[in-house]
Design a protein around this ligand. Structure first.
Ligand code: AMP
Length: 200
């Protein structure tokens, strides 16, 4: 089962991915984690990616597609994987399709967690205010300002992926504003039909 979970920051992708990993025993492949590991190890990819990552820009498609292509060859990804943080643009989605086709593979499903983005900003503002009221420091990427920037980047670069995957017929939408367990139940019912096909 090869899955992509789409949705803006704060939509609950991390929480739901963990549950998908548990339920189906497939790894979650995070390009952000892989790049950070490459930077820490000082590999050629890491050296190339370091400055771009520090400035908050996007690492080149060549590098990102390359690390994903290598990673999915590993044994634990043979039964499938869930991609996290990739693809981030339509160009990356196209490159992913070409790369998978070259390996005789294809995606099983792309699920979009639909959320009310204004409500997300409100949720983050409330969390930041509560943290401050407790006398604690607010996480750097959890301030309303930074969160809005991340949301903007998502809208501009990643949101067009919904239309792209809708055209391919792979897109399924789940209402991400529901309680966490309800979202999980709906996700599982979208994914379960794909389990046998890939396992066989
Ligand atoms: P993340 O942990 O997903 O927020 O990613 C951290 C950083 O890694 C991003 O700010 C980018 O610099 C880089 N990165 C992660 N995934 C990608 C991607 N799919 N395309 C380009 N750059 C990426």
């Amino acid at each position: 089962m090869r899955i992509i979970l789409l949705g803006p920051p704060g939509a609950g992708k991390g929480t739901q991915s963990e549950r998908i990993v548990q339920r189906f025993g497939i790894p979650q492949l995070s390009t952000g984690d892989m790049l950070r590991a490459a930077v820490a190890a000082g590999t050629p990819v890491g050296l190339e990616a370091k400055a771009v990552m520090e400035s908050g820009g996007l690492v080149s498609d060549r590098i990102v597609v390359g690390i994903v292509a290598d990673r999915i060859e590993e044994a634990d990804a043979r039964r499938g994987f869930i991609l996290d943080g990739f693809p981030r643009t339509v160009a990356q989605a196209e490159a992913l399709a070409t790369m998978l086709a070259g390996k005789g593979l294809s995606l099983s499903a792309v699920i979009e967690l639909k959320v009310d983005e204004d409500a997300l900003v409100g949720r983050i503002q409330k969390r930041a205010a509560e943290t401050l009221a407790r006398g604690q420091a607010v996480r750097k990427d959890d301030t309303p300002e930074v969160f809005k920037q991340r949301l903007e980047a998502y809208r501009a670069q990643t949101a067009p992926l919904s239309a792209y995957y809708a055209k391919t017929g792979l897109l399924r939408t789940v209402d991400g504003m529901q309680p966490i367990d309800t979202v999980t139940t709906e996700l599982m019912s979208v994914l379960e039909p794909h389990e046998e096909r890939v396992a066989s």
